[in-house]
Design a protein around this ligand. Structure first.
Ligand code: F3S
Length: 280
């Protein structure tokens, strides 16, 4: 069986930066809090936890340890509250996410109703919504958009890891219902280019494996996009999840990973695929 690994794999710059900042804080302070998972990858979180990075589950705690703001950012209210409690903040928000937050705040100040294309429960989206003082909504599909009572002046932006093709589908609908439509391209270029490569690879192979945490929005999206052209697409977090039955009559396997998936894990999956030693 031939295994073809995508060229664009491993951490994106936003994830690398967040890990670096967390490690620097650990060296400086010893023990540090993280406001939710610093990135969406279980292995990395566990490795950092062993070094002293604890998830902060209750922000009413007042033991004044420094807090790392994760790559997907938080709302201004949360940062203000932590800073007000005297907890030093280490801001590891990805610069791409910061840009979306800034655009949302400016659009709100200029009187636009802000529509965010994304997953309403995702931390990045929750953080962005914090910048628009309740004057906006999040939606994940054309159907959901239809139910939102927005006005005639709308600003449209997207969670950084969404699929641009789906985003484009909503623009005609918004043009029908608005007088002024401001569209910001807030997709992460790393994610788009990874999605494109994965789509091409998935259409050339008999089976596609996407390695990434099930909590990682960009890994899930990657698998969803591959599934459109390759029904045998499977998302796994570690090589232990590979199943022998997926590879019956398969000659070529494609392999890709999310932006928070360590390269070492992809290499391990690659090795297991070549050896054929699946656990199940
Ligand atoms: Fe940032 Fe894009 Fe990575 S938004 S955290 S560079 S996936």
């Amino acid at each position: 069986m031939q295994v073809i690994m995508a060229k664009e794999v491993g951490f994106c710059f936003g994830v690398k930066r967040a890990i670096k900042l967390a490690e620097k804080a650990l060296r400086e302070y010893g023990r540090v809090y993280s406001l939710g998972p610093i990135i969406h990858n279980t292995q990395v979180i566990e490795a950092l936890r062993e070094k002293g990075l604890e998830p902060l589950t209750d922000i009413t705690l007042t033991d004044k340890k420094p807090v790392v703001i994760p790559s997907h950012g938080v709302s201004p209210e949360v940062s203000k509250r932590l800073a007000g409690m005297g907890m030093p903040l280490i801001d590891a928000t990805c610069p791409n996410v910061k840009r979306v937050q800034r655009l949302a705040r400016t659009a709100n100040k200029r009187g636009y109703y802000v529509l965010v294309f994304g997953e309403k429960d995702h931390a990045e989206v929750k953080g962005i919504l914090g910048y628009i003082e309740g004057k906006g909504s999040v939606f994940g599909s054309v159907e959901e958009l239809k139910g939102i009572p927005f006005g005639k002046k709308v600003a449209l932006l997207s969670q950084t890891t969404q699929d641009p093709a789906r985003f484009q589908e909503v623009i005609p609908l918004l043009l029908e219902r608005t007088e002024e439509l401001l569209v910001h391209n807030t997709f992460c270029k790393v994610v788009i280019s990874r999605q494109k490569e994965a789509l091409g690879l998935a259409s050339q192979v008999d089976c596609m494996i996407v390695v990434g945490s099930h909590h990682s929005a960009n890994s899930r999206k990657l698998a969803e996009i591959c599934l459109r052209v390759q029904p045998k697409t499977f998302q796994i977090e570690t090589p232990k999840e590979l199943k022998g039955e997926w590879f019956k009559d398969v000659n070529k396997v494609g392999l890709t990973g999310g932006t928070s998936t360590p390269l070492e894990v992809l290499k391990e999956v690659h090795k297991v695929l070549l050896s054929g030693h699946y656990v199940i």
